[in-house]
Design a protein around this ligand. Sequence first.
Ligand SMILES: NC(=O)c1ccc[n+]([C@@H]2O[C@H](COP(=O)([O-])OP(=O)(O)OC[C@H]3O[C@@H](n4cnc5c(N)ncnc54)[C@H](OP(=O)(O)O)[C@@H]3O)[C@@H](O)[C@H]2O)c1
Length: 256
Amino acid sequence: MARVLVTGSSDGLGLLAARLLAEQGHRVTLHARNDRRRDDAERALPEAEAVVVGDLSSLAETRDVAAQANGLGRYDAVIHNAAVGYQEQRRAQTEDGLAQVFAVNVLSAYLLTALVQRPDRLVYLGSGMHRGGDPDLSDLQWERKRWNGSQAYADSKLLDVVLALAVARRWPQVRSNAVDPGWVPTRMGGRGAPDDLRLGAVTQAWLAAGGSGELTGAYLHHQRRQQPHPAASDERVQEELLARCAQLTGVELPAP
Ligand SMILES: NC(=O)c1ccc[n+]([C@@H]2O[C@H](COP(=O)([O-])OP(=O)(O)OC[C@H]3O[C@@H](n4cnc5c(N)ncnc54)[C@H](OP(=O)(O)O)[C@@H]3O)[C@@H](O)[C@H]2O)c1
């Protein structure tokens, strides 16, 4: 049985993946943004072993989430699931002066990857929308570009896939993969989303539980490998993303 940490699991696909894992007998730690959402998460999945708490738009709180997770012991797998959606009307800024979509969707996943004791398996949530992402990293904070929420989300999901594949290359002993869950009716996906909600969590849970064996550096949809955006496997883009994240957080990705 595996011990798995799932970020953003008080709701949506994170909660569904956690529930699937718990039903399969795995030990799950949830993550919620604040104490109120922790209570919601505990109510939604009382079988969870623990809940770590912190707002991933804040670098300080993300560091604290990593410390809480490390205090609970080593995980076999971490699912980097938390994200904000593509309908942000304006360039919301975090307490660290960063664009919210980038901070939550990309930078927090990087920082947790670097700070949480290294698991055997890492899963990052991409999206079909990553294919429309722009791999130009020169204006990650949207300071020069005119704000476009849908583009910012697509960019962030591309960078999640880049991160998954960068970590797979840098840490050969860790199985690191990215998942497109389909367009499913969560709060983010909206009521009219056409794909199967239950299926949307299956691949993450399967990867986290180790069902995919030695598979690493892959992008998957419904347990099948797909070709991601070409930038995802471009080592230059991968290295630039890691360098920018290290600069913004002050934390380097540890050596293998
Ligand atoms: N739904 C889709 O159709 C779809 C398609 C492709 C990819 N995805 C990806 O799947 C993942 C899960 O999406 P979802 O549809 O389940 O979305 P969701 O229902 O909106 O859930 C997002 C989760 O992330 C948490 N979260 C957001 N901002 C946070 C922050 N600043 N600090 C801490 N937690 C935060 C939310 O907490 P609160 O509940 O407290 O806000 C929630 O638990 C995301 O990575 C998304 O990009 C979804």
